[in-house]
Ligand binder design. Structure first.
Ligand code: BTN
Length: 254
């Protein structure tokens, strides 16, 4: 009811009580349904997953488990900006609804005082003509009490921070509306420009030393900013300036 469907062609919202993973479900629907914009929401996940093959602990009714399918007409190298648009949508919606100082750790983490409040997992299907569809999975720790059954040593929820419980429905609507607006803007312009200043204002990395793990190995560098493609610009110890593309990279040490 509260998601602004009218602006988006053929938007459909799916809700269930339990699913393996909303990302897996969204990919299936994208392959089978022909619907342009798909929003999948579940009250729990039995096989929620995050980046680097991590498990995303998804207890019933406590967190937000949301995946959105889009069909952007862009080439694959422009896709990283979608993750940044989702992170901005989630961080802003959290700040507005709870007053919690949620920030973004490039590219996809929502953090509070160094602990993880949420994360974004973007997956895509492409062929020779370009991107067929993209699935943006958003997980937020909302009313979770403890994280004892998971590996989330550094996790935190809005409830842990404020001792208040929140309407997940309201937060899901706010995140979705913002995400649809921001993703539309970055796809139209083909870069991060329309949301760059907002994203940068919530970014914790700038001016910090980060440890970057790539397939080739690890190195430390100073984060200087982000460019219009959504890459992190870092200065290595040998004074070489490089752009880090999200992909398989892991950035630690905020
Ligand atoms: C990360 O920080 O590594 C990303 C976590 C993404 C979790 C969300 S929850 C909804 C969607 N379904 C999944 O299985 N994963 C994403």
């Amino acid at each position: 009811k509260y998601i602004q469907k009218s602006e988006f062609k053929s938007l459909k919202i799916f809700y269930t009580d339990e699913i393996d993973s909303t990302n897996t479900w969204a990919k299936k629907l994208a392959e089978e349904s022909g619907i342009k914009t798909i929003v999948c929401i579940s009250a729990s996940q039995t096989k929620g997953y995050g980046r680097h093959g991590n498990t995303w602990v998804s207890p019933h009714g406590q967190g937000i488990y949301l995946s959105i399918v889009l069909h952007p007409e862009i080439c694959t190298d422009k896709l990283p900006v979608i993750t940044l648009a989702a992170a901005l949508a989630a961080a802003e919606a959290i700040r507005e609804c709870s007053g919690v100082n949620a920030l973004i750790k490039w590219p996809n983490d929502i953090v509070f005082e160094g602990k993880k409040l949420g994360g974004i997992l973007t997956e895509m299907a492409a062929d020779m003509d370009g991107v067929r569809y993209v699935v943006c999975g958003i997980g937020i720790n909302v009313n979770n009490d403890t994280f004892k059954d998971g590996n989330l040593e550094y996790a935190v929820s809005l409830f842990n921070i404020t001792k208040k419980k929140y309407s997940r429905k309201k937060l899901i609507c706010d995140i979705t509306n913002k995400f649809l607006k921001y993703s539309d803007a970055v796809f139209k312009s083909g870069n991060l420009q329309p949301i760059k200043e907002k994203y940068k204002s919530l970014l914790v990395n700038i001016g910090k030393t980060v440890r970057i793990s790539e397939k080739k190995g690890e190195f430390e560098a100073l984060s200087e900013g982000i460019n219009d493609e959504g890459c992190l610009i870092v200065l290595k110890n040998n004074n070489e300036r490089v752009c880090i593309v999200s992909g398989d990279v892991s950035v630690r040490g905020i």
